[in-house]
Ligand binder design. Structure first.
Ligand code: FAD
Length: 502
């Protein structure tokens, strides 16, 4: 067994990698284990917003909304390649929330968390503004406000990269099967494809998201009851439903809200539902009733009804929330809680949002500081994530520089690479002088060079990791192309086994 780590983290979602990154940057030795791929749980199934959460104001979640609003610009500065500002159009619906109430909520939203980069709320006349064009004529006025969109699974990969660059050991496809306290340390049994391994750590963090209770009960053997609620949400991705680059937030007659968000240039993301969930989080999927609900919700607004035949992809996720006794899933608090117990200490993470992962990691380190005398101060606030070392309005300059160095790439490819890898796009492309230098093309603009780079630098191990989490090229590759990529992975694994390389 290797020397004990200061900190072992169970879970490679946004909260686990966020804590691992923060801890490694403070000089702690860190091990992170993820049973599947990075972001294979809830952190790739979100609505992909870095947002204050306008609707949480109705539930008086002022602490959470203030922290989340402030975090928007911190994260936008840290990762301007994968996070960008988005304007949200909120049409007024006669019979639902009154105009004055929306105005009051948005006034608070504009002022609660501070705002320097993002523009303020304004009102729109939908009879004149292009945002009204795809909507039914009965919607005549709207508010337009700011939030941000994020590539959630890339955010996780970038935090993991940064954690590893600062010394953390990140092990994917590694499941923690048992964790026990012995001789002042945590003793962990880890199961990786084909072999088992032991590790020891001074502190254990349970950041297993919707598996948090399973890890407590089955891995750690802690059966103390806790009030946790699993809440599921589903999304649809359709072909692009409107031409402009703003998003819609629609109010539904049942009091819920539904987003229709421009997604990956050619698509629209619709979501989400909110319902209590029982069962294995890995088995979550969208039910036909949820699809019907979402299609009806957006068709109540768009001129052209949105149909099942418009759908190109569906996904669902589960979050673990603190059970605050709220009557419905949509009302349950989205705020996070950290539970610190015992010696050696165990810190469990409950709830949280993508938006608050950095603050959650800071709060986790503040709770753990007494166990690490002399621990250095919080550092992540001004720190860019890998590839994010450029200003929030700097993407066009980066695009121009990349296009001039790699003149053989098309404009849309350069745009995709800038928004995926930022300043690291050139690292991925290396010395390539022609399209041929990038190797086999798997479909769309995905090349062997890119896949190999993702294997080397971002723990990609399967076609699914590349197509649905390191990128969303799964939306663009045909079934045959995806199968060819799977075969390529199988062949390259085989050749690694034959040559004895790992
Ligand atoms: P996860 O991402 O689930 O990570 C936990 C990881 O632990 C998993 O990858 C799992 O494989 C691993 N694991 C479990 N057991 C073990 C074990 N024994 N050994 C090793 N690994 C293990 N937040 C926002 O800010 N904006 C949004 O727009 C937004 N939209 C959302 C929409 C929906 C439908 C849902 C469900 C959530 C949304 N959220 C949003 C919330 C956000 O997605 C979650 O709070 C966040 O992703 C949780 O991250 P996590 O790291 O705690 O959990």
């Amino acid at each position: 067994m290797t020397a004990p780590y200061d900190l072992a983290v169970i879970g490679g979602g946004v909260n686990g990698v966020g804590i691992a990154r923060d801890a490694a940057g403070r000089g702690l030795s860190v091990l992170l284990v993820e049973q599947n791929d990075l972001a294979s749980g809830t952190s790739s199934a979100s609505t992909k917003l870095i947002h204050g959460g306008l609707r949480y104001l109705e539930y008086r979640e002022f602490r959470l909304v203030r922290e989340s609003l402030a975090e928007r610009e911190v994260l936008l500065r840290a990762a301007p390649h994968i996070i960008h500002p988005l304007r949200f159009v909120l049409p007024h619906h006669a019979g639902l929330r009154p105009w004055w109430m929306l105005r009051a909520g948005l006034f608070l939203y504009d002022h609660l968390g501070g705002r320097r980069i993002l523009p303020p709320t304004r009102t729109l006349d939908l009879r004149r503004d292009p945002a009204g064009t795809p909507l039914q004529p009965r919607y005549t006025r709207a508010f337009e406000y700011s939030d941000c969109q994020v590539d959630d699974s890339r955010l996780v990969a970038l935090c993991a990269r940064d954690a590893a660059a600062r010394g953390a050991e990140v092990c994917t496809r590694t499941r923690c099967t048992t964790a026990r306290r012995a001789d002042g340390l945590w003793r962990l049994s880890l199961q990786t494809t084909g072999h088992a391994r032991e590790a020891a750590a001074r502190v254990l963090v349970n950041a297993a998201g919707p598996w948090v209770m399973r890890v407590l009960q089955d891995v750690i053997g802690d059966n103390e009851p806790r009030r946790i609620r699993l809440v599921k949400g589903s999304h649809l991705v359709t072909r692009r439903l409107f031409e402009h680059d703003r998003s819609y937030i629609f109010q539904n007659a049942d009091g819920r809200i539904c987003f229709a968000i421009p997604y990956q240039d050619d698509f629209t993301l619709i979501g989400t539902t909110d319902e209590d969930y029982v069962g294995d989080p890995a088995a979550v999927s969208i039910k036909p009733e949820e699809e019907t609900y979402l299609l009806a919700a957006v068709s109540d607004y768009f001129r052209r009804p949105v149909m099942s035949s418009d759908i190109v992809w569906r996904f669902a996720g589960v979050r673990s929330l603190q059970d605050d006794g709220a009557s419905s899933a949509q009302q349950a608090t989205r705020d996070y809680a950290l539970d610190l117990k015992g010696e050696p200490p165990l810190l469990s993470v409950f709830g949280g949002k993508i938006t608050t992962f950095r603050r959650l990691a800071e709060a986790a380190m503040a709770r753990l500081a007494p166990f690490f005398p002399g621990l250095s101060a919080a550092w992540t606030h001004p720190a860019p994530l890998p590839g994010g070392e450029f200003p929030p309005d700097g993407a066009p300059a980066l695009h121009a520089a990349l296009q001039s160095r790699y003149g053989f790439l098309s404009g849309p490819t350069v745009r995709r690479l800038v928004h995926s890898y930022g300043t690291l796009a050139a690292d991925m492309l290396g010395d390539a002088r022609s399209a041929g230098d990038l190797g086999q093309v798997f479909g769309a603009d995905l090349t062997e060079q890119e896949v190999n780079w993702l294997i080397r630098t971002e723990w990609a191990r399967t076609a699914e990791d590349v197509l649905w989490r390191r990128s969303k090229l799964g939306l663009r590759l045909s079934g045959n192309e995806q199968s060819a990529l799977m075969r390529w992975f199988a062949d390259s694994r085989l050749s690694r086994v034959e040559t004895g390389s790992s």
